[in-house]
Design a protein around this ligand. Structure first.
Ligand SMILES: Nc1ncnc2c1ncn2[C@@H]1O[C@H](COP(=O)(O)OP(=O)(O)OP(=O)(O)O)[C@@H](O)[C@H]1O
Length: 291
């Protein structure tokens, strides 16, 4: 489905991606997580052929996307704040979708517009942030492109609408498996939908793993300095805070029964870190060191 080998890209003199390597052969739902400026948008632009790579090789569903008219038939990229015409309403957007997407599913589009309770005649420019996001989701899912890329698809959605999106995505994916990429800053909002997650940091993909595997990482310990210090010796710490006599640490390791037993024996509180917290610490590495 996608294969990038040693891909690099700069905006003029500004490097945005360096030596990116990632390969996925299955039509899965993939999460793309990274902090601000890490290179997510650039990565999605290269996949969709909006920009050309400077070095390396890129293959998306069998094609090199840049300057390739086949890209339109294979790849849909729904940007955050998609630039809809100021004159358009939902019906105009759907007509546009049908015109430019070979696999357009009009029935699905209608179903999603109803599900998301989008007004058909109101100008899109007067939509709320969440309503615009919902319309972007409609266009992304109804395009039925073999490779569908959606930038921040949960942005502005409330909990109820996120659930609607979640259900709609999984329904259409089950019916028509395809390669779907969802980018986000907030992994909690998409992790339940994604089989695998790619982590982008400092302009490259640093990890690409099964969500379940990634979720096992990050151990939080808190207790007195005397109890904690022997436990963390030799471990890779990605966060360390002192609160009076208490120390809180996050260890970059897999949360196991063995860890629980060790911590309990030492009288130290132990819990699994939230994935979002783990990723933030992993990519900032405020206190990365072997003790
Ligand atoms: N048009 C541009 N011209 C010059 N530099 C750019 C341009 N677009 C992005 N960059 C730079 O490329 C790097 C990667 O940016 P990119 O937009 O891909 O990150 P991002 O992960 O999508 O960020 P965010 O989450 O904040 O949207 C950043 O250093 C950014 O400043």
């Amino acid at each position: 489905m996608i294969k990038l080998e040693d891909v690099s890209f700069s905006y003029g003199n500004v490097p945005a991606l360096k030596n990116v390597n990632i390969s996925e052969t299955e039509p899965i739902i993939m999460g793309l997580w990274g902090r601000n400026g890490s290179g997510k948008t650039t990565f999605m632009k290269l996949l969709s052929g909006l920009e050309n790579i400077d070095a390396g090789s890129i293959n998306v569903n069998g094609i090199t996307p840049y300057n390739n008219k086949e890209a339109m038939n294979n790849i849909t990229y729904i940007q955050e704040n998609h630039p809809f015409s100021i004159l358009w309403n939902v019906e105009d957007a759907l007509r546009f979708g049908a015109l430019f997407n070979k696999n357009w599913d009009g029935e699905l589009a209608e179903h999603l517009v109803t599900l998301f309770e989008l007004p058909r005649k109101k100008k899109i420019k007067n939509f709320s942030k969440g309503m615009q996001t919902m319309l972007q989701i409609v266009l992304g899912l109804a395009s039925k492109a073999p490779v569908t890329i959606m930038d921040e698809p949960t942005n502005g959605l409330d909990a109820y609408m996120r659930k609607q999106f979640y259900d709609a995505l999984l329904d259409t994916y089950e019916e028509d498996p395809r390669f779907i990429i969802l980018s986000t800053h907030h992994i909690d909002e998409i992790e339940a939908m994604c089989e695998k997650i790619a982590i982008i940091n400092e302009q490259t993909i640093v990890r690409y793993e099964e969500t379940e595997e990634l979720k096992m990482h990050g151990i939080l310990l808190s207790g007195s300095a005397e109890a904690i210090e022997p436990l963390i010796e030799g471990q890779s710490l990605i966060e360390k805070r002192k609160l009076g006599k208490q120390i809180n640490v996050m260890i970059d390791d897999v949360f196991t029964e063995e860890w629980k037993a060790r911590a309990n024996k030492a009288g130290v509180t132990v819990e699994k870190a939230k994935l979002q917290d783990y990723l933030v610490n992993y990519t900032t590495k405020k206190e990365v060191h072997k003790v």
